[in-house]
Design a protein. Structure first.
Length: 329
């Protein structure tokens, strides 16, 4: 039998602004001779997608990777008034945890670090007198490090793109107070935990079956189990449904056989119960809840048998294939 997993996904895009921290006043500052900040795209350096599982405990930290911050040209700031220091901006909004700010993904926050242990916001320590030019070497050629934190329950799953703006400047009241605006984006994927089957493909040998052994047109049932492991953290409601792998449109209780045998079909039953009606791989209306996942594993007891579909049966080799799908809610 083949495993087919069904998960619910929520796709979206997240915009995360990084606002400038207010520093000392800057009067009539120019940036490279103009009033607008220099726009710059941060260079992602081997930053792979970050994958969170919603079952991870709160407090889990995942590293996102390094982001190069290298200006293509010098950024020269000239202020007519005294400029006491350059502030490299922090992620906007109130922190959701110490040093971590919202990504827009419920339950996931992020932090930016500029080399060593200097988390944003930080002061570049520049001091410029009135009328002097200052080259922002304090942020040129630096590398940022991105970290993500699971700080609360994650209610959404899917793929999101986190867009981050890094501002370097003196305050928040106008473009003259922002000298550099840099941007980068990266992917974050949140996955729902799923159980792991002990066998992805389960073979059930039926052996030789004599027509004389049929009772009420059915062969003796062959018992088997589907074992689902590592279910800790999975939603308590796990359902399973069956589909005829040889005929996806089959909505009966009799699966199609392949081979020389004619006049019989395959039935699969919940052990001790009636034959299960097949359905589609997704949104199977005949699926049923299989148990509680608190123990970390689930056993689904089933049985298989042959059933006569016509009076005269032709003997021979046969095989049947049933696909089961798992749905988590």
């Amino acid at each position: 039998m083949k495993l087919f997993k069904v998960n619910k996904y929520l796709l979206g895009a997240v915009l995360l602004s990084v606002l400038a921290e207010r520093g000392a006043a800057a009067d009539n500052c120019t940036v490279n001779g103009g009033s607008s900040p220099v726009e710059y795209e941060l260079n992602r350096q081997d930053m792979s997608e970050v994958v969170f599982s919603s079952s991870m405990p709160n407090g889990t930290v995942l590293n996102g990777g390094w982001v190069g911050f290298n200006f293509a040209t010098q950024v020269v700031v000239n202020c007519q008034g005294a400029m006491e220091e350059v502030i490299i901006s922090r992620i906007g909004g109130d922190p959701v945890a110490p040093g971590y700010y919202s990504t827009g993904i419920p339950g996931i926050a992020m932090s930016l670090r500029l080399g060593g242990d200097q988390f944003l916001p930080r002061s570049a320590g520049s001091s410029v007198g009135g009328g002097r030019d200052e080259t922002l070497n304090s942020v040129r050629g630096k590398t940022y490090y991105v970290k993500f934190l699971k700080h609360d329950d994650i209610s959404a799953s899917g793929n999101v793109n986190v867009n981050v703006n890094v501002n370097v400047g003196m305050g928040v009241d106008g473009d003259n107070d922002r000298f550099v605006r840099a941007n980068f984006s990266m992917g974050v994927r949140v996955v729902d935990p799923t159980c792991v089957p002990s066998e992805v493909n389960k073979n059930i040998p039926m052996g030789e079956i004599s027509l004389g052994s049929f009772v009420d047109n059915r062969s003796a049932p062959m018992d088997f189990d589907i074992q689902l492991l590592e279910c800790t953290g999975v939603s308590n409601k796990v359902s399973i449904g069956l589909a005829d792998a040889n005929d996806h449109g089959n909505r009966s209780t009799q699966a199609t056989l392949v081979g020389a045998t004619e006049g019989v079909a395959l039935e699969v039953s919940r052990r001790g119960g009636s034959p299960i009606r097949f359905g589609p791989l997704v949104n199977n209306p005949n699926a049923w809840e299989v148990g509680n996942t608190d123990s970390g594993s689930i056993s689904v007891p089933l049985s298989a048998n042959l059933v006569k579909t016509q009076e005269y049966v032709t003997g021979g080799d046969f095989s049947g294939s049933v696909t089961y799908s798992l749905t988590y809610e």
